[in-house]
Structure formats: C-alpha cells, structure tokens
Ligand binder design. Sequence first.
Ligand code: MN
Length: 196
Amino acid sequence: MPIQLPDLPYDQAALEPHLSARTLEFHYGKHHKGYVTKLNAAIENTSYADLSLEQIVTAASENGDAGIFNNAAQVWNHTFLWHSMAPDGGGAPAGDLAGMIDTAFGSFEEFCASFRQAAAGQFGSGWAWLVQDDGQLSIVTTGNADTPVLGKARPLLTLDVWEHAYYLDYQNDRASYIDTYLAHLVNWQFAAANLN
Ligand code: MN
C-alpha cells in the first residue's frame, strides 16, 4: 500500500496574508508531494512496502537507510507541520497548556523568546519543535529531516525552517517568518490534543 499524501487541513490560501497560497502550492504541492513520490519509489518491492509511515521512519533509521529515512521523515514532519498551523492561529494558548508553558518557560513571552532563538539558531535546514518529555515541555531543534518522532519526547508542534518554507514570502528573513508563526499561525488546539 503506497504512502498517501494527506490532504491539507485547510485551503491553500487559508493562511494568507501570513503564508501565501503560492508558498503552500510549492511547499505542499511540490515539496511534500515530492517526498511522498520519492519514498514510494524507494520502498516499492522492499520490506518497507507494507509498513506504516511511522514504522518506515523507525526501521529506516535503525537500518541506516538514509534515503528512505529522509523521505519518510520529511513526509511525517510536513504532515505534522500543516496541523501545527491554522487560520486565525497564533497568540497565547489557553487551558492546561498555558499553565504548562508558564511552568516550563516562566511565561508565554519567555516561551516565544526561546522558540524564536531556537528556530533562528538552527543552522541551515531543519525544524523547531515544542515537545513533551516526562511531562515537561521543552523546545528542541532537528537538522534536515530528523524528527523527534523517533525519541521518547512527544512532539506537540513544529515549525519548518528550511528556506523552502518561507523564501517566497520572507526571502532570507527567517526571523519575521518565525514571529509571524507565533503571532498568527500556531495551532494551540493541535498542540493541546497532542499532550500525553
Ligand atoms: Mn518543508
């Protein structure tokens, strides 16, 4: 059963004016779709062919199959990314998550500063994540296709900091892209639903 490209959870223009339909057209329609296509070509007629996406990520990592791992992890990461954003998202979370953010970071403002610093500081391509580990929230970054889905920390949210994620709208200004994500896009309801 080939791995499917999941539908976007919203219309390609739904994140405007913060992320353009053109960015989604390329990022979802070309990059994400491309990882799915390359993954399916790579796993066809192999022992990976009947595994779930998560099983492929884990097995390819254990086996050192870098090409399969990179494409499978990127499929997983991008699917998680689309749900990490929402039209009318952004701002501070409510409920239990608000208290957990305060406990872990001191305040929502301090969380934003730490997230901004981590996402801006990831050299080259990669991802910034809010994760839950042993009940505690923390921010981690991963390079290229690497993903916390392999570890014991549970991902709650992610931001793609590959240039393809923001270049059409923000050119080289990653900092403005990160600020826009925090102010207008981050989907706290998705993060709360991912809590253990
Ligand atoms: Mn991407």
